[in-house]
Design a binder for this molecule. Structure first.
Ligand SMILES: *Cc1c(COP(=O)(O)O)cnc(C)c1O
Length: 420
């Protein structure tokens, strides 16, 4: 598989160069420029209204919850859409494109020496193919054998409090998770069966061993370690912080706050591990990752999304997001008994949030009822019921222009309707 990719790389570039330089160029039979035609196209039939969701009868809520996969993650920048359209106008060797895009991303993020990146179809896929790369070291027979791990290291160590739904992507490689809580337990758990130590970034506070100590211990035991930081940008610096800390592999979602293609993610890590991850992934067949196909559109889109994300003024955006919340707060606190407070989660969705509470003696409505009513209203508003923490919770970073005013007005109407 490795040989194949090297051959493709040289062969492909060589052929293109020969055609362009030697055969077609002097005769100028037709333009060699293959620039894409303009993106806007008149749509007939499905999509002709400009809102194909509505044509299917599917609701498109105003999003006060943030970058939730079940709501479609995030909305792409128009320049990203343009690049993804350009991507669909050419054929390309996907393995070659993956390597080139990974190199570009590593440069853009100024990753430490010896680090590279791979565009996957999401952070979950990055977890799975990253671990598969470690288990198989790029050995073709072992790659085909997964999820049967006989003859390979077969255990991944994780802190008990770091277990989460995405460790399914570790288990799906065939490994067994070994849960520990203390450093002593970790020490006792490490053996020649240990393939990797896994860290769940958002669970940093919950676990006894913190993010910086975990990687130091991994170094000490000479065990590769992964950090799942899927939803942990902003800040932008997290894209390189964990590599600089020494993590061997780090995963990010492309379709959350980075606002990349919805079905894209990033595996950042040591060059050889990243290369081995790619060998366990689509387009390579008879691999565990073949079900996680990444398209040329997503690969180019991810490069563009990162460029746009790095160039954004994050402070200005945070101010804008806070201003939207304050606009809503200003309106709803005019309703007697309603109060608001602001907070920013330390990690994961590290953006301004607002909690909305009310005196239940004056307004007879539970947060669950409020959330459900807003969801069923027109336009529909997706807003968290606060998950049992008294009051609604919302953020504003996925709101589109003008939606803050709509949210304020609908909240005021709802709260007044239930006021005594
Ligand atoms: C969202 C998320 C994932 C999965 O990311 P996708 O890009 O949707 O595949 C994995 N881990 C954590 C902690 C997440 O928040």
């Amino acid at each position: 598989m490795r040989l194949n990719s090297k051959w493709n790389r040289r062969g492909f570039i060589g052929t293109v160069g020969m055609i362009a330089g030697g055969i077609l160029a002097p005769r100028k039979l037709f333009s060699l420029s293959r620039a894409a035609a303009p993106v806007s196209t008149k749509v007939n039939g499905f999509g002709h209204t400009g809102n194909p969701y509505e044509e299917l009868g599917v609701t498109t809520p105003i999003n006060c919850e943030g970058t939730m996969t079940y709501l479609g993650g995030s909305l792409p920048h128009p320049e990203l859409e343009a690049v993804m359209t350009m991507a669909g106008r050419h054929f390309v060797n996907i393995h070659e494109l993956e390597v080139a895009a990974g190199n570009r991303i590593a440069q853009m993020l100024k990753l430490p020496d010896g680090y590279s990146a791979l565009v996957t179809c999401g952070a979950a896929a990055a977890i799975e193919c990253g671990l598969a790369g470690i288990l198989t070291s790029g050995d073709e027979k072992l790659i085909r054998q997964l999820p049967d791990v006989s003859g390979m290291k077969s255990e991944v160590i994780i802190q008990k409090s770091h277990r989460n739904p995405f460790d399914h992507q570790l288990r799906s490689t065939g490994i067994k998770l070994v849960e520990i809580e203390t450093v002593d337990e970790l020490r006792a758990a490490v053996s020649d069966r240990t393939a990797m130590m896994h860290f769940t970034n958002f669970a940093n506070d919950a676990g006894q061993i913190k993010v910086d100590e975990w990687v130091k211990l991994a170094r000490q035991f000479n065990v590769p370690c992964m950090n799942d930081a899927a939803a942990d940008t902003p800040p932008v610096s997290h894209l390189w912080d964990y590599a600089n800390m020494g993590y061997d592999l780090i995963t990010f979602s492309g379709g959350k706050a980075i606002r990349g293609p919805q079905c894209a993610g990033l595996l950042i890590g040591r060059q050889e591990m990243v290369a081995n991850a790619l060998l366990n992934n689509s387009p390579h067949e008879d691999t565990i990752g073949r079900s996680q196909k990444v398209g040329k559109e997503e690969i180019l889109g991810m490069v563009k999304a990162l460029e746009l994300f790095l160039n954004e003024d994050q402070d200005a955006l945070a101010k804008e997001w806070q201003a939207r919340l304050e606009l809503i707060s200003g309106e709803i606190t005019k309703v007697p008994g309603v109060s608001t407070s602001f907070f920013v989660p330390d990690i994961a969705n590290h953006v301004p949030h607002m909690r909305i509470t009310w005196d239940q003696a004056r307004i007879s409505l539970t947060p669950e009822q409020a959330s459900k009513t807003l969801r069923d209203s027109k336009p529909s508003i997706a807003i968290s019921d606060g998950e049992g923490k008294l009051g609604l919770a919302m953020n504003s970073f996925m709101l589109q222009p003008g939606e803050d005013k709509i949210v304020a007005a609908q909240l005021v109407t709802l709260l007044r309707e239930h006021s005594a």
